[in-house]
Ligand binder design. Structure first.
Ligand SMILES: *Cc1c(COP(=O)(O)O)cnc(C)c1O
Length: 397
């Protein structure tokens, strides 16, 4: 059914939007303006981990909004302190800085690394970043991003980054041997926008070893992988290491904008009064959203659910697409799943939506990306597999 667009000519044309708008949602379902229901296998790009209109979150936000939304970082904020304590306990980190997005969390990390370098007497500190990475759209984070499409037209870019291939320890060793100005590595434990790339199990441990050896900070961008998405609170917890700096956002506030930069050890002492800040960062409403998100994940044992659901969906897709030509690979960790086809398949997004009432994403041209909510039921997971498999089979036939 064709729905009349509600797009305004007064919006900047920054997004190639799909011609659909949703009025409300419930759990893993989104309802469009014409009343049609869609199974949401994207969760606002790894944001709505609790699904839509989660009653506990709704109640907490209403209560908080009716009491106090914002004061300012000029004052103590009880919810912010509680959230810092909780996140640091979960991640094994020491201090938190709160901001409003993933890009801002990475900006904080980049500034922190530079200050760390200057404090050590390194005048032109450099950060190692990866090919095919994604870190955001601000000038520093788009420079850190390993995708020319994100950078083109915005030159001059920010200085101070060195790029190496992802999942290539040798390449990092090479830089270490020849460059004395490196102060940090910034890397995603699993590359999301780049195509759901999962590195070798030893990768983070090797990077940790190199960072320790050279006095560099290991800075993990878990904006997409964090907050239970992969079946652990943080993806680094699969590697028995801890980072020095950890960027969070997306799933943290279940849709209420909040980002966080956590730091540990010497890194936690780098920012002193006046070195960084933001007006909205860590306000009572955003922190209440995050605290409630963490509580619901804990109480509902949603980490174990993410693992079980991930296996169910991955396994289901493997069985359903057995012997189908044109599938390169089905991979994932928890509820971060990529199905790579041998050819570009961006049109699948519209076909899935219109023919199967299924919300998915395609990234890196040929990777179907699934990021469903952690509250998905087994029946919904099976329905997702059924709808997606039918679609992919027809597409590749
Ligand atoms: C989405 C994303 C970002 C950017 O987050 P914004 O909130 O859009 O600024 C940064 N890093 C990773 C890994 C992401 O997936």
């Amino acid at each position: 059914m064709k729905v009349r667009s509600i797009m305004s000519d007064h919006l900047m044309q920054t997004y190639a939007r799909q011609p659909i708008a949703f009025t409300h949602g419930e759990g893993a379902w989104l309802v469009a303006e014409d009343g049609q229901r869609y199974l949401d296998a994207l969760a606002g790009i790894a944001v709505n981990g609790l699904g839509h209109a989660h009653p506990q979150l709704t109640r907490a936000l209403c209560e908080q909004a009716g009491r106090l939304i914002h004061t300012s970082n000029l004052y103590e904020i009880r919810e912010q302190s509680e959230l810092a304590d909780r996140l640091c306990a979960l991640a094994g980190m020491d201090r938190a800085f709160f901001c409003n997005s993933g890009a801002e969390a990475n900006e904080a990390a980049i500034k922190l690394a530079r200050l760390y370098g200057h404090n050590k007497g390194i005048d032109s500190p450099h950060i190692i970043v990866m090919e095919k990475s994604f870190h955001g759209r601000t000038l520093a984070t788009l420079t850190a991003t390993g995708n020319r499409k994100v950078q083109a037209g915005f030159e001059p870019l920010v200085q101070g980054f060195l790029r190496v291939p992802f999942d290539d320890v040798e390449a990092v060793e090479q830089v270490a041997a020849h460059n004395k100005s490196v102060v940090a590595i910034l890397v995603e434990p699993i590359q999301g926008e780049g195509g759901v790339h999962i590195p070798k199990p030893s990768y983070l441990r090797e990077l940790r070893r190199i960072c320790d050896q050279h006095g560099w900070l290991l800075m993990l961008d878990e904006v997409q992988t964090g907050i239970g998405r992969t079946g652990q609170w943080f993806a680094f917890q699969y590697s028995d290491i801890r980072p020095d700096v950890l960027s969070l956002a997306k799933g943290l506030g279940s849709g209420v904008p909040i980002g966080a930069s956590l730091a540990r050890g010497v890194a936690a002492e780098v920012f002193t009064a006046g070195k960084h800040g933001t007006t909205f960062g860590g306000n009572p409403l955003a922190c209440r959203a995050a605290l409630t998100t963490l509580a619901v994940i804990t109480d509902g044992q949603l980490l174990a659910r993410a693992t079980a659901l991930g296996e169910r969906i991955k396994g289901g897709m493997q069985v359903a697409l057995q012997g189908v030509a044109g599938i390169r690979n089905i991979r994932g960790q928890g509820l971060m799943i990529g199905i790579e086809l041998e050819h570009p398949c961006a049109e699948l997004v519209a076909i899935a939506r219109d023919q199967e009432q299924l919300i998915i994403n395609v990234t890196a041209d040929s990777v179907i990306r699934l990021l469903p909510p952690l509250i998905l039921s087994d029946a919904e997971a099976d329905l997702l597999v059924e709808r997606l498999a039918r679609l992919v089979r027809a597409f590749l036939a």
